[in-house]
Unconditional design. Structure first.
Length: 168
């Protein structure tokens, strides 16, 4: 059975860091059919996490923030075109891989629901969520997942969390 694990939580809760940690765990795990992808237009891809590992995280986050602001100014942040592209991408990844880790944006929204629906309405796919808290706050994500009946585990980011998420 195929599985999609959505990463969620408020801004700056550690989703991108967790996504990067999961990527490295899977890379070294021997698991053969997986893909880790950001589904947010925040411009914080794996490269930002890799820069953190290299001691240049603040510089990378600043650059990502500049690009994110440019995307917002252009009116493309979570635009219908972006959401449609992410739905198609998620469907393709589900068809191609046994495990997909999908990092959503920091705010529960209709746009994020539309992206998630690509997995919810695909047969033979288990959908789970991991929500990270920041300062004890889940940003409304626990309610989001409960409303659509998706199992959700809530954590505060720590460096060993990736193992817990993918090898539970």
């Amino acid at each position: 059975m195929k599985k999609v694990i959505f990463l969620s939580g408020p801004p700056k809760a550690g989703k991108s860091r967790l996504r990067g940690d999961i990527y490295r765990e899977l890379l070294n795990s021997g698991h053969r059919s997986w893909f880790v992808q950001a589904f947010s237009p925040d411009c914080e891809g794996q490269w930002v996490n890799d820069c953190h590992e290299a001691g240049r995280g603040a510089e990378a986050e600043s650059l990502a923030r500049q690009h994110k602001n440019a995307v917002k100014e252009a009116g493309e942040f979570f635009s219908p075109r972006f959401v449609s592209a992410m739905q198609k991408q998620l469907k393709g990844l589900i068809n191609s891989f046994d495990l997909v880790i999908a990092d959503l944006g920091g705010i529960p929204s209709a746009e994020n629901y539309a992206i998630v629906s690509a997995a919810l309405f695909t047969q033979n796919v288990v959908v789970e969520a991991v929500t990270l808290k920041r300062d004890g706050n889940d940003g409304g994500w626990n309610d989001f997942w409960q409303d659509i009946s998706v199992p959700n585990a809530v954590y505060t980011y720590h460096s060993d969390l990736a193992k817990k998420v993918i090898f539970k």
